[in-house]
Ligand binder design. Structure first.
Ligand SMILES: [Ca+2]
Ligand SMILES: [Ca+2]
Ligand SMILES: [Ca+2]
Length: 328
């Protein structure tokens, strides 16, 4: 009788949301995690939380502005934001974003006390950055997730309660950034210049989503939106593709000195409400070299032997390497 009473109480508390089963969690590949159906909707839902491993692709602050400002009250303005992409290794051909925002309470469905104060948000950033990761490192992320405009993101599900924290761990330093995968606009756009969407992810934009890619020999259709967070369009002469600029310190009005034709290296991203379009290549920074629109670490990932980044691998690179040989 007593145990029956306890069961009834537990059941009642569970209904009231007081007692919750521990969240289920599983290690998954990026490929499993980013699966979509024919409508482009994310299909992974086997566990409440996931554990993903991969190579970190970007500095968070080159992508979104983490500066907190808890005076903002504008709807949908999340104040400080933090985002990284990491991509799977070997045949795990996909990648995933990890996102944290400050003012979840500026979302219409979150209660007024659901945002971080500036001090709380800085503490959250400090907690994440304590893992001491850098682009090219192998990291592990563990957390809840939500679909966002064509991707499944690890995040806090817009909850500031500590039980919704995600965790980043440094697994191995200096594994190296993946070499950007060369892709033509013909592989991303059809003959009508529409995005190629293949839910099986054997081809088209979805196949490259969340990964470092390189498109060669293109030019800008219109450079007027060249600025931090700007949106541009590239063309190979026949087809076009959108670029999203990040906020690295080499991207500012007046820093565009690219030659007529250039190469682009960035992360294939998607932000689309219809889930089958809205792809762009996200370029976090630019170093002014005139030939390759990319951050310096992504240029080096494309040609790892070219340590002085002058475009050729030769004795000058070897000499630089030899100079510091086995130095700690
Ligand atoms: Ca997608
Ligand atoms: Ca948190
Ligand atoms: Ca060189």
């Amino acid at each position: 009788m007593k145990s029956f009473f306890v069961s009834v109480v537990v059941f009642a508390l569970a209904l009231a949301g007081v007692v919750k089963a521990a969240p289920t969690v599983s290690e998954v590949t990026h490929w499993q995690f980013q699966a979509v159906n024919a409508a482009g909707e994310q299909t992974y839902n086997a566990t409440d939380k996931v554990i993903l491993e991969g190579i970190l692709l970007n500095n968070p602050a080159d992508m979104l502005d983490p500066t907190p400002d808890d005076t903002i009250t504008e709807t949908f303005n999340l104040g400080g934001q933090w985002q990284i992409f990491f991509q799977g290794e070997g045949n795990d051909h996909a990648g995933t974003a990890v996102f944290m925002g400050q003012l979840y309470n500026n979302l219409p469905w979150i209660p007024p006390d659901g945002g971080y104060s500036n001090q709380e948000f800085i503490a959250e950033l400090g907690r994440l950055n304590a893992a001491q990761f850098s682009p090219g490192d192998r990291i592990r992320a563990t957390g809840y997730y939500l679909s966002y405009k064509g991707k499944l993101n690890i995040n806090e599900q817009h909850q500031k309660k500590p039980d919704h924290d995600f965790m980043i761990e440094l697994i191995k330093q200096g594994v190296g950034l993946p070499r950007p995968e060369a892709v033509d606009l013909d592989q991303l756009k059809d003959d009508n210049d529409k995005f190629i969407f293949d839910p099986a992810r054997t081809r088209g934009c979805e196949y490259y989503q969340g990964r470092l890619v390189k498109v060669e020999d293109v030019k800008l259709v219109d450079a007027s939106d060249w600025r931090p967070n700007g949106q541009l369009l590239i063309t190979d002469g026949a087809k076009t593709f959108p670029l999203k600029l990040g906020r690295g310190n080499g991207i500012y009005a007046g820093s565009n000195n690219l030659s007529e034709r250039f190469d682009v290296i960035g992360i294939m991203d998607q932000e689309s409400t219809d889930l089958k379009t809205g792809y762009w290549i996200y370029v976090m920074n630019y170093d002014g070299n005139g030939c390759v629109l990319a951050s310096r670490e992504h240029r080096l990932a494309d040609k790892p032997g070219d340590s002085n980044l002058d475009g050729v691998v030769n004795f000058a690179d070897l000499a630089r390497l030899a100079e510091d040989w086995l130095k700690e």
